[in-house]
Ligand binder design. Structure first.
Ligand SMILES: [Zn+2]
Length: 295
């Protein structure tokens, strides 16, 4: 497999890194991937990683439930309940920060279109961008939505852009922010949800932490990494919010990676512990960051 080593820190440009540990791809390939940390800014990322043209091969799994719609297994059932409730929370968050209550929204990495559909049903003008054709087909058959398949086809500016657990998958971060900047209205809202590697569940599971999800997750953000990245484009940090459901979900998967006895029960309990700990640290397993576009 053709792998590329990242030579410059994607956030600060520094070129000296510390090896942290190797994580296993437990979903598709079983391969090990090294995580490194920038000596200057502390940003952690997957390197070496598969070349861009090979990344798609690491998404080919029935259990990669962000894109699939199987009804098997307790985890998937719980996931679906949580997803429906999460849609409401995400939508309410958009409405809270967006000044124009009937504004238009672009969901980047829209997956199977659930959020776009939810926003449209509640009066927003929502569209979605999704590069994966299988996911787009599911969006079409499930919700009757045609998601945008090519970034070049996006031909207007948006009041709100959302990226729910997407940015950690995007190969070129600065290029992505340039693209976002170009289609976000002045004072428009950018909402980014990503796993938080400063969470209690990361500290407990370390290389088994399921939210490392190598090599699909290329970047492993902290709050300050995102603030620095966005500020280079004059996109200003406004607020951050917890995502409470990710801790149990990620902890259950992490226990499964460890092949623990009673993984679901153990993971559920540890997820609750992680959430309780975050009441003191504000470091949940995943977080939502809200930004506003400056000039
Ligand atoms: Zn750096």
């Amino acid at each position: 497999m053709n792998k590329i080593e990242i030579k410059d820190c994607p956030i600060c440009g520094h070129s000296s890194f510390i090896d942290i540990f190797k994580c296993r791809d437990n979903t598709v390939s079983g391969e090990l991937f090294q995580l490194v940390e920038c000596r200057d800014c502390g940003f952690r990322f997957t390197s070496p990683r598969p070349a861009d043209e090979h990344l798609g091969e690491y998404y080919k799994s029935d259990t990669y439930i962000s894109h699939s719609d199987t009804d098997e297994g307790l985890t998937n059932k719980v996931y679906k309940r949580v997803r429906d409730f999460s849609l409401k929370i995400k939508y309410n968050l958009v409405r809270k920060y967006s000044k124009d209550k009937n504004g238009n929204l672009l969901d980047v990495g829209a997956g199977t279109g659930y959020f776009v559909n939810f926003c449209n049903r509640n009066g927003m003008q929502a569209e979605g961008f999704e590069p994966d054709s299988d996911a787009r087909n599911v969006a079409k058959t499930t919700h009757g939505i045609t998601l945008i398949d090519n970034w070049e086809k996006i031909n207007k500016n948006f009041d709100v852009i959302t990226m729910w657990h997407v940015l950690e998958h995007v190969p070129d971060l600065k290029n992505q922010f340039e693209r976002l900047k170009a289609i976000l209205k002045l004072n428009g809202i950018l909402i980014i949800a990503v796993p938080n590697r400063e969470s209690f569940d990361e500290k407990y599971y370390k290389s088994d932490w399921a939210a490392y999800d190598v090599p699909r997750h290329l970047y492993h953000f902290r709050k300050n990494d995102l603030i620095k990245l966005a500020s280079d484009f004059n996109i200003k940090f406004v607020d951050d919010k917890p995502m409470w459901f990710d801790a149990p979900y990620v902890s259950i998967l992490s226990e499964k990676h460890k092949k623990s006895y009673m993984a679901t029960i153990k993971g559920s309990i540890f997820g609750m512990i992680s959430n309780l700990a975050s009441l003191f640290t504000n470091q949940q397993s995943s977080k939502i960051y809200i930004f506003r576009n400056g000039k």
